[in-house]
Design a protein around this ligand. Sequence first.
Ligand SMILES: Cc1cc2nc3c(=O)[nH]c(=O)nc-3n(C[C@H](O)[C@H](O)[C@H](O)COP(=O)(O)OP(=O)(O)OC[C@H]3O[C@@H](n4cnc5c(N)ncnc54)[C@H](O)[C@@H]3O)c2cc1C
Length: 460
Amino acid sequence: MSSRTADVVICGAGIAGISAAYYLTRDSAVRDVLLVDEGAPLSLTSDKSTECYRNWWPGPGEAMVSMMNRSIDILDHLADESGNLFHLNRRGYLFTTANPERINDFRTQAEEAASFGAGPLRIHDGISHGSPYTPAPAEGYRNQPTGADLITNQDLIRTHFPYLAEDTVAVIHPRRCGWFSAQQLGMYMLERARQNGARLIQGRIDAVHVSGGRVSGVEIAGESGSQVISTRHFINAAGPHLKSVGRLIDVDLPVFSELHAKISIRDHMGVFPREAPLLIWSDPQALTWTEEEREMLRETEDTRFMLDPFPQGVHARAEGSADSPIVLILWTYHTEPVSPTFPIEVDPFYPEIALRGLARMLPALEVYFDRPPRPHIDGGYYTKTEENRPLVGPLPVEGAWVIGALSGFGLMASPACGELLSKHIADTDLPHYAPWFQLSRYEDPEYIALLKSWEQTGQL
Ligand SMILES: Cc1cc2nc3c(=O)[nH]c(=O)nc-3n(C[C@H](O)[C@H](O)[C@H](O)COP(=O)(O)OP(=O)(O)OC[C@H]3O[C@@H](n4cnc5c(N)ncnc54)[C@H](O)[C@@H]3O)c2cc1C
């Protein structure tokens, strides 16, 4: 067993750990940062995501919008600095509905988001005389509107989104949103952190030493045996293993995990709109089956659920360059908590269900019903708190910190959360949203009362 030292040891080189290393080495002059991961960097959850971002978040309070706005400012800055190495775009998210009663919800959500600083709501109903609707460019991220466009004018919907189901009555298009390459952003930040002195080693952290109530070291099991690293700061950035790594210092983190899968298909018939924003169907639905198919599905317990109503939220986007045929599709219809195990096990019917659900919004996809393209399936866990807000800040053991519970927003939130954690550790001025994300919020009776009436979690 060899013995070494580090100022800070980070457990996990996913986007959260890397972002923390980037900010610690850049802003707080803590150069001696050791990232430890049992696998390759970014390879557990951070490279499985849909890679989308948005400043469109519900309350209570404006903490999520403020933090995401900060993250998007950082993404813009990093894109400028790197020549947009990670292909940041600003196509927006497009929430769509065939239910006239949803229009009011869209409007209320947009007004709430606007009051939190997400930008103004513009209404395009063919009656009001506001500014004209400006479509989003497929590439680029600068000089785009913020806020959201609510479109109920049918001609406008058909002109700009001709691919949507004919009975679509409204769309809302939040604009400070889009996607980017998570792998390239993560590797860019990792390289910068390394240039500033951070080190990365492969191994599994399976013990954290605490002496006199303060972190004093970690034990790492690697291919060449075990080693102890003396350190006064330990960051839990273990993603889906946040809870078990928390137990290494006897801290029970209030998180659980849901399995979220994603399929990628080759749209060889070229029916998916490649220039579109992220497309989301906001209505629950029942899948369309022939009578013969219904008969078959009714036969077994395993397949009967496919005749039941499915929740809202199937979503998809084009992946890759303009001439790539790849489309990503997601639809989480089972959200019960599970214990994270790898490799993930996905419902064998998931690809067909996701494709059929998406065809409700994009009927041209029905061409694939008889011969669905062979899907590539991956995914991972949304590890989250009950109200779907992150954990960033100190833990009850001195010198122990957390950056996690990043749920389905870890890529978009990590730049701001990494910066926030580095400010905590360096003991510099914290942004106003910091208390909303600390573990200690659960000791505040006002917050506990708020949790009881919490409505929207903002999860897609
Ligand atoms: C299907 C899907 C779609 C998603 N879409 C989006 C999206 O569109 N936008 C968005 O912002 N987010 C999205 N997310 C969420 C996002 O991917 C996660 O929030 C984010 O990747 C979490 O990053 P992390 O660094 O916390 O975890 P991870 O990437 O899982 O990294 C944790 C690391 O810790 C390591 N580790 C754990 N325990 C130990 C130990 N004891 N010793 C050593 N190493 C250890 C693991 O090996 C792992 O590499 C999506 C997630 C999924 C699953």
